[in-house]
Design a binder for this molecule. Structure first.
Ligand SMILES: [Zn+2]
Length: 220
């Protein structure tokens, strides 16, 4: 799952009033942002295995810290606590915590049974990645819903607020298509380094947020 995770951040932004878009993207993508760091540190492990599923050439050998349900619940609670400490808004912090856990749930729908419930525990996954059309249908539908909710629930304060958002969306779709159609990564290390570049979307989202506000003004 790729664009589906970002869809959750977009969909929740109008409700999580105090949490900026970059914080929500950090939350929905936290397991995938942590993952390349743990790969490079040798703590987690992936193998390039073309044909592993029709959608991905990756065999997720071991990723208990970034992708077990138990640890994602812990990460969610931790991020929610930090957001509550920073923004003093229980509703926003709940959305952020739920956003972290949503990553595991969406991965559980798409992955083969390779997601551990807890480190060393049983591995689960519904395997939507067995079907390209099914994956596209689910992810693009999620993205469409996310975009509609975000565009309705926020308002661009200037032109930058328009094109900064739409260009991010175009970039996400371009990454998605190139992952689907492109060749498998040349090595596990190259994959980890390319995956690290997703951190760059956080300052981009912060920039969008400075040029868009929630559409309906509410309590500060
Ligand atoms: Zn993931």
């Amino acid at each position: 799952m790729f664009v589906g995770h970002y869809a959750v951040a977009l969909a929740t932004r109008p409700s999580a009033r105090r949490a900026p878009l970059w914080v929500l993207i950090l939350a929905v993508q936290w397991p995938d942002l942590l993952w390349p760091i743990l790969l490079l540190a040798g703590v987690e492990q992936v193998r390039i295995d073309p044909g592993n599923t029709v959608v991905t050439p990756l065999d997720f050998v071991r990723y208990p810290i970034s992708h077990s349900l138990l640890l994602d619940l812990v990460w969610g609670a931790l991020l929610a606590a930090i957001v509550h400490w920073r923004y003093r808004d229980p509703k926003s912090s709940l959305w952020v915590g739920a956003a972290v856990v949503s990553h595991w749930v969406l991965d559980w729908i798409t992955h083969r049974p390779d997601l551990p419930l807890w480190p060393g525990g049983p591995r689960v996954g519904l395997g939507l990645w067995g079907s390209v059309s099914g994956t596209l249908l689910v992810e693009l539908s999620l993205l469409a819903i996310g975009v509609v909710l975000y565009v309705r629930g926020t308002r661009a304060v200037d032109r930058t607020g328009q094109w900064a958002f739409w260009s991010l969306l175009a970039l996400l779709l371009a990454i998605y298509v190139s992952n689907l159609l492109g060749p498998p990564p040349p090595s596990e290390a190259a994959l980890a380094w390319v995956s690290l570049s997703l951190w760059l979307l956080l300052p981009w989202a912060a920039w969008i947020d400075r040029h868009r506000t929630p559409a309906i003004p509410g309590p500060a």
